[in-house]
Design a protein around this ligand. Structure first.
Ligand code: NDP
Length: 449
């Protein structure tokens, strides 16, 4: 007789991926429980993509209000009130958290508001000591901001805390040159902080196309954001009267009111009991899984950031859905990791899909590059000397558009549709055949010759 368990599926972690896996598995008829030690919604909803994007909107008004004058609006000197923006954003996050909870409830997923750890290949132990059994265990605990091992590192904060600040710092130092660093540099700068990005290497956003990231660097420098490259941290001191002194190798110390660590996120596996249960962990403690998200223990699966494949919410959601369809829906499904579009919500934003020029030159025999370097109409009238750059990377052998990379207003909104064309394998002549919508910025995508 088949062994019976308390649940068919026990999910640890109610972030985007875990919630999707739980609710779809339940919809397929599985008896599902999900444990969450913090708040339902996970990083993206509670302290990531969602509140960050709302802050980006809030911060952008600084430029919009200035530009409005050139469009005839008599804008008085406006004052910005951080607690109003912060509290409205936090209220929206709470609303979304409620919706996530309702979705789980509606699908009859049992939500357990406790930390859960793995205590056997089919067993989970809750923080209150209760032990429950499950036919399948899914780990969806996400990732956690990395804090480098530097004396005084504890005086810095991470993206976990940044949404709850009491005040906007006068001087902000941001460690790292990736997504979070460039997004928060834009936010703080617009909100009148003096911002310095400190990077251990010599480039920002290294996975993005070089020309596009260089453009962001130039625009950021022109706006007044400072950059220090090849500057490893030595120590951080807290001054008695408040403020920090940040010591960097080979540089003069810099003073700041806030230090934000944005040096990557590591899989959240410590203390979960995984290795004791026989689950193989890889670099940075990431759970090693196969194409079906199965770990080295057949009854234990993992999805999302905890596997350290692609740290993006929509990917975790797809993995969660594929897991549920495969295991409980009788519909084996695998995630296709080719041509995943992504964006950096910097000021202005960057978006990209497919191969960068450098990747294409390395992988393809012949490559054609088309670029459009232009000033958006709105920026021209506003007197804002900020140029957009769009770039098509084309396989010279068959004319397929294998990459699109852009920086400029609304780049992520524009790229999402164009990414369909890259995913579908459309060619440059097919782009050319498409009539432009005039006047738009997006029309540049079909006008590059
Ligand atoms: P990123 O991986 O984007 O960037 C990390 C940065 O920190 C890099 O510049 C890296 O330098 C540097 N770095 C890495 N390790 C160290 C170290 N030990 N000391 C000093 N510097 C170091 O990480 P983020 O923290 O910005 O974001 C984490 C992840 O979250 C992203 O990778 C992304 O997947 C996701 N995210 C996505 C967003 C979006 O989709 N818009 C927004 C925010 C986050 P180097 O280049 O030399 O390695």
């Amino acid at each position: 007789m088949a062994k019976t368990y308390d649940y068919d599926l026990f999910v640890i972690g109610a972030g985007s991926g875990g919630v999707r896996a739980a609710r779809v598995s339940a919809a397929h008829g599985a008896r599902v429980a999900i444990a969450e030690e913090f708040r339902v919604g996970g990083t993206c909803v509670i302290r990531g993509c969602v509140p960050k994007k709302l802050l980006i909107y809030g911060a952008h008004f600084a430029e919009d209000l200035q530009d409005a004058r050139r469009f005839g609006w008599d804008v008085p000197d406006c004052k910005f009130d951080w607690p109003v923006l912060r509290d409205n954003v936090l209220a929206e996050v709470e609303r979304l958290e409620g919706i996530y909870g309702e979705i789980l409830e509606r699908n009859e997923v049992e939500v357990i508001h406790q930390r859960a750890t793995v205590s056997g290949v089919n067993e989970v132990t809750l923080a209150d000591g209760t032990k429950v059994s499950a036919g399948t265990i899914l780990i969806a605990t996400g990732a956690w901001p990395m804090i480098p091992d530097v004396p005084g590192a504890e005086h810095g904060i991470t993206s976990n805390e940044v949404f709850n600040l009491d005040t906007i710092p006068k001087r902000a130092v941001i460690a790292g040159g990736g997504y979070i660093a460039n997004e928060f540099a834009g936010i703080f700068h617009q909100l009148k902080s003096d911002v310095t990005i400190v990077n251990r290497g010599d480039r920002i956003l290294r996975h993005y196309d070089e020309q596009v990231r260089d453009r962001l660097l130039q625009i950021s420098l022109t706006k007044g954001i400072k950059f220090l490259f090849n500057a490893p941290f030595e120590k951080i001191e807290k001054k008695a009267e408040g403020g920090l002194v940040i010591h960097l190798a080979g540089q003069d110390p810099i003073e700041a009111d806030l230090l934000l660590w944005a040096v990557g996120r590591v899989p959240r596996t410590p203390g979960l009991g995984l290795e004791e249960a026989g689950v193989k962990l890889g670099k940075n403690g990431a759970i090693e899984v196969d194409e079906d998200n199965q770990s080295s223990v057949p009854s234990i699966y993992a999805i999302g950031d905890v596997t350290d494949r692609v740290q993006l919410t929509p990917v975790a959601i797809r993995e969660g859905h594929a897991f549920a369809d495969t295991i409980f829906g009788g519909k084996p499904t695998r995630v296709d990791y080719e041509n995943i579009p992504s964006a950096v919500f910097s000021h202005p934003p960057i978006a990209g899909v497919g191969m960068t020029e450098a990747e294409a030159r390395e992988r393809l025999g012949s490559v054609k590059i088309y670029t459009s370097d232009f000033r958006a109409m709105k920026n021209v009238l506003a007197g804002r000397n900020e140029r957009a750059l769009y770039k098509l990377v084309v396989d010279g052998e068959n004319e397929k558009v294998v990459g699109i990379h852009m920086i400029g207003p609304d780049a992520p909104e524009i790229l999402q549709s164009a990414a369909i064309a890259v995913k579908a394998g459309l060619t440059k002549p097919q782009f050319d055949d498409t009539v432009a919508i005039h006047p738009t910025m997006a029309e540049e995508l079909v006008l590059m010759r």
